[in-house]
Design a protein around this ligand. Structure first.
Ligand code: ELE
Length: 289
């Protein structure tokens, strides 16, 4: 039962990646008990990073390599292959990729060919990052079965938990995570874990939720889930990806700078309002994280 954090990528004011802040953040999250770090995911603004930045992120986190899943997806296939090869110097847990996206009506077999190429050249286990809402394609368990493609793992970002459960039924050896914050409790309980963006700012709550499940105290676990879902609701009002930088700074006590356009940072007034709102909310619950 693993808590996986799709780690935020911290940026300097000049738009470059702040590697020191990335290391500080990863180290803090692992110290607080999260199990794995997903690098270059959606929350890490993966689709907005260059190939070199993706590499730099892995390099910066080399000390924690065995706890890392390295997302390599891009539309330029040469870059993808280069990223996979680059990962061979690191003892990471797995590489992952979202499916090809943007181009409409891609035949199923092309989507599968993409993942087959990854499996062929990857020195590490290959995980599918399935996010149909974002990519336009659902690499479903049925599709994998139809083409006889067995992958080591999947992060299924899907509001439909049954969809995630189907991977486990079709491929019992596959490591299956659901990637929705609002389903984290259920994902921990019924699958191999959760990939949860809110664990960037609420790592301790996630660890407490997991511990409650381990103890068999499911009622308490659900209380943590409700709390996390409330923070999701607050963050979404401001733009979740940018809000996460502010929330993490507020709860963890260090700055991650801000995001980078086209994911624009919150304006000063929004930042202050969000900080006030979250501090009030967490204080009212007596939660220190
Ligand atoms: C999730 C998104 C999903 C996290 C990543 C993640 O960032 O790589 O709003 O539930 O669709 O994909 O945070 O967000 P929702 O795995």
């Amino acid at each position: 039962m693993e808590i996986v954090v799709p780690i935020l990528t911290p940026f300097n004011p000049d738009g470059s990646v702040n590697k020191e802040a990335l290391r500080t953040h990863a180290s803090n999250l692992l110290q607080k008990g999260v199990d794995l770090i997903f690098v270059n995911g959606t929350t890490g603004l993966g689709p907005a990073l260059s190939k070199e930045e993706k590499k730099e992120n892995l390099k910066a986190l080399a000390d924690f390599a065995d706890r890392i899943i390295f997302q390599v997806g891009e539309l330029n296939i040469d870059n993808v292959m280069e990223l996979v090869k680059f990962s061979s110097d690191y003892g990471i847990k797995a590489i992952a990729s979202y499916s090809p996206y943007y181009f409409p009506r891609l035949p199923e077999k092309w989507l599968i060919s993409y993942f087959k190429r990854l499996v062929e050249i990857s020195p590490h286990p290959v995980y599918l990052y399935n996010y149909p809402l974002a990519t336009g394609y659902d690499i479903s368990p049925k599709l994998l079965s139809k083409f006889n493609l067995e992958l080591a793992g999947v992060k299924d970002t899907n509001q439909d938990l049954a969809h995630s459960l189907e991977y486990k039924s079709a491929f019992p050896k596959m490591n299956v995570y659901n990637g929705s914050d609002t389903l984290a409790f259920y994902s921990l309980l019924t699958l191999d874990g959760t990939v949860a963006s809110m664990a960037n700012c609420l790592p301790t709550l996630f660890v407490e939720m997991k511990n409650s499940i381990v103890r068999g105290d499911l009622k308490r676990g659900m209380v943590y889930q409700r709390l996390i879902s409330s923070v999701v609701d607050i963050a979404r009002k401001y733009g979740q990806l940018s809000a996460l930088y502010v929330l993490t700074e507020t709860t963890q006590g260090y700055s991650l700078g801000g995001p980078r356009g086209p994911i624009f940072p919150l304006e000063e007034e929004e930042r202050n309002q969000l900080k006030r709102e979250i501090e009030l909310f967490l204080k009212s619950l007596g939660v220190l994280n």
